[in-house]
Structure formats: C-alpha cells, structure tokens
Design a protein around this ligand. Structure first.
Ligand SMILES: [Zn+2]
Length: 92
C-alpha cells in the first residue's frame, strides 16, 4: 500500500495502527465467504462429506485473501477514516 495517494496526495495512515480494525473487517468478510460457499456446496453438491466443505472453503478463502485484505482496508477508510469517493478525481 503506498504511503500517499498518487492522485490527490491523501496520506492513507490516518493514525498509528489505524488498520488494525481492518483485521475485523477481513474476518467478517471471510465469515460471509465461508457461509456462502457452505450453502452453495450444500445445495449444488447435495451435502458432500465434511472434508469437501473444509477443503473447498479453505481454498476459496485463501484465493480471496488478497482481495479481502484490500477491501477490508478500503472499508476501514470509508467507515472510520472520513474518506469518500469523489468522482472529480476518477481516472478513466
Ligand atoms: Zn486520492
């Protein structure tokens, strides 16, 4: 993550340890993925054995980790960092 926004110069680290809260956001997003994958497996794979649930959920969560990491930080900025999207700075 860059220290400052390359477009507007906004300093991302609002205060020391600001992104600790992103861990909880990431955890929440992971739980949502676990439930979605679990429910999907239950209905589409007709309730497979437990090892199928465990390996599939673990694989999907691991694959989504880079995305979760970034979105958790974005959510942290939007919810607690008083940051909002300004279309004026949107790059096409
Ligand atoms: Zn910016």
């Amino acid at each position: 993550m860059p220290e400052k926004c390359p477009v507007c110069g906004f300093r991302y680290e609002i205060e020391l340890g600001f992104y600790w809260g992103a861990m909880y956001m990431s955890y929440g997003l992971s739980v949502v993925i676990v439930f979605l994958v679990g429910i999907t497996l239950y209905f589409l794979a007709n309730d497979p054995p437990t090892w199928v649930y465990l390996t599939t959920v673990a694989t999907v969560v691991i694959l989504f980790t880079p995305l979760l990491f970034r979105y958790a930080r974005v959510m942290m900025l939007y919810f607690f960092g008083s940051v909002s999207f300004d279309p004026k700075y949107k790059q096409s």
